[in-house]
Design a protein around this ligand. Structure first.
Ligand SMILES: [Cu+2]
Length: 313
């Protein structure tokens, strides 16, 4: 009876163990499926489409292959020793007090490799974090709960100046309404950029901390309320469609805080922006004419009123 019970218990434990393994395997598969939606590549990094991204990838790959070689060497040696010195009846264990030469070699070598990696990575970091080139296209990226708005220069070719202290729900970009460039600015819900030209992004947030995250650009930078993050610039190496996604848990709609990115040819970009610049310029001109007319009528009305009632003042 006891033996039958023990047997049942062992079988149940085995079934439970296999079910757990299957569950972990399925979880692993589903995680891979989620990653696939973002990157299109479930085994490696998503494609890299910026100049600075290629330099970052070189470090990634170098560290990956170094680690892979060390892993194979260490685990291979471990397996060889495990088999060679396995337990055999009549064979006595051999006592070793250690080997100073080996200790020095396997401490010095990793130290040199780590130092070299740190120095090289720091150099790449310094070279990437330089001011944007003069020919860069400067655009303003504004994050909010839960979306993105991108501001491009209007017909004047310059963005209307922005002041972070003025950013509010009524004035999302903190611009000056009396500046004529404000009405000309082109506002877009998608990020459209030309290939092969540096793009300098001024990152802003209207409410909480968000994050400008584009895996294919190898860029991840927080947008902080009350600050202009102005060091981010990049140059796309090929055309294509990507996605800008917020990477800071910023509220209930965070999961859906995204915007399409289109990297297009210089000609296509020029046409896309020109159409919107011209439309904005026409609207701004019409608004200015209406305002002029209205102020003309008001001043005429006022002068008539003052003419009629000259003594009331
Ligand atoms: Cu966000």
């Amino acid at each position: 009876m006891i033996s039958a019970f023990t047997h049942t218990s062992i079988t149940a434990r085995r079934v439970l163990s296999r079910l757990t393994t299957a569950g972990i395997f399925l979880l692993f598969l589903s995680t891979q499926a989620m990653a696939e939606q973002r990157s299109g590549n479930i085994y490696g990094l998503p494609p890299c489409v910026t100049v600075s991204g290629e330099r970052i990838d070189f470090i990634f790959k170098m560290i990956f292959w170094l680690t892979a070689v060390v892993f194979v060497l260490v685990q291979g040696t471990y397996l060889v020793y495990l088999i060679k010195y396995r337990y055999r009846p009549g064979v006595k264990a051999h006592y070793s007090h250690g080997n100073n030469t080996l200790e020095i070699v396997w401490t010095t070598l990793p130290t040199i490799i780590f130092l070299a990696l740190a120095i090289y990575s720091n150099r790449v970091w310094d070279e990437i974090h330089v001011p944007a080139p003069k020919n860069a296209l400067t655009i303003d990226v504004s994050a909010y709960q839960f979306g993105w708005q991108i501001r491009y220069p209007g017909v004047s070719g310059e963005l209307s100046p922005s002041d972070v202290k003025e950013i509010s729900m009524k004035n999302p970009f903190g611009t000056d309404s009396t500046d004529e460039r404000t009405a000309q600015d082109v506002i877009s819900p998608e990020l459209v950029i030309p290939v092969g030209r540096p793009v300098h992004v001024l990152l802003h947030s209207r409410d909480v901390i968000h994050s400008f995250y584009v895996p294919e650009f190898r860029i991840y930078q927080d947008c902080v309320p009350g600050r202009t993050i102005g060091w981010v610039w990049f140059q796309a190496t090929r055309t294509g469609d990507f996605q800008l996604a917020c990477n800071q848990l910023c509220g209930t709609g965070h999961f859906n805080m995204k915007a399409p990115i289109h990297v297009v040819s210089e000609g296509e970009f020029h046409d896309w922006l020109k159409t919107r610049q011209d439309k904005n310029a026409a609207t701004a001109k019409a608004a200015a004419t209406t305002a002029d007319k209205a102020s003309g009528e008001t001043s005429q009305g006022a002068s008539l009123t003052s003419a009629k009632t000259p003594n009331t003042l």
